[in-house]
Design a binder for this molecule. Structure first.
Ligand code: PGA
Length: 244
């Protein structure tokens, strides 16, 4: 794991956008694994600016998002599909047919998850997988569990994740209780992983990810075993980690 310590959210976003831009410049046909949440929004804004300035081209890029709430259709404003269009896809020259998010509107979890695994496998897995980290150490919606899930699966969100995500909903009761998420095994197959973390609320999770034992009670700890994992985190998120 390579840890890059930055001052705050803006610098984290700018360093992350540079890593993603470099990937697209080196390989304009890259497969990107993308994440939702508050953390990557700043990096997406900077990627939009780079695209507008002609520095990066999304026309041949394919994207695969980590997860989606179960029960929300693509056009639901709380869906991750909608989030991606709003924060990135509709502002860059990507072909929407090349963007993929698990189909939360498919009530058949088994078939939705198998279909998504097949698509990600056919794409050859991400060249670069972007990740946030949950306060409880989750990546995607792989919540603390008894084992590391391999493929895409349906998860029951933990009370702490429902609570953390309720800030984005008018009524906390509206937060979906389940989601479809890529497994830790799929994330580990990406050629490079880029984890972003900002703020004191992430400090325990970042310490467990980087310095704790590799255990499924902290799904992000599996990334210690990834051969090319970059963590860009700010001072607040790294407050409980040793200064290297
Ligand atoms: P956040 O979520 O970016 O909104 O903090 C991260 C995550 O839960 O993976």
């Amino acid at each position: 794991m390579r840890i890059i310590r930055v001052a705050g959210y803006e610098e984290m976003s700018s360093r992350a956008a540079d890593v993603i831009a470099a990937q697209l410049i080196l390989d304009p046909r890259s497969v990107l694994g993308l994440a939702t949440g508050t953390t990557p929004v700043g990096a997406y804004r900077l990627l939009v600016e780079k695209n507008r300035r002609g520095e990066i081209d999304f026309s041949q890029v394919r994207t695969y998002n980590l997860d989606e709430y179960r029960g929300l259709s693509h056009d639901d404003s709380q869906s991750y599909h909608y989030f991606m269009a709003d924060n990135l896809f509709k502002h860059v020259n990507i072909d929407m047919a090349n963007t993929h998010v698990p189909d939360g509107s498919d009530p058949d979890a088994e078939s939705a998850c198998r279909a998504y695994d097949a698509m990600v496998e056919e794409a050859g897995y991400p060249d670069l997988q972007l990740l946030g980290i949950g306060n409880n150490g989750h990546i995607g919606f792989n919540e603390p569990a008894e084992g590391f899930p391999v493929g895409t699966h349906c998860v029951d969100l933990t009370p702490s994740t429902i609570q953390a995500n309720s800030r984005l909903f008018d009524d906390p009761d509206d937060v979906p209780r389940q989601a479809y998420t890529m497994g830790v095994g799929t994330i580990m197959k990406s050629r490079r992983v880029l984890v972003l973390a900002s703020g004191a609320a992430k400090a325990d999770a970042v310490r467990a990810m980087c310095y704790g034992p590799v255990v499924p009670s902290c799904p992000a700890s599996a990334l210690q075993l990834h051969p090319d994992c970059i963590v860009i985190a700010d001072e607040a998120a790294l407050a409980r980690c040793p200064e290297e």
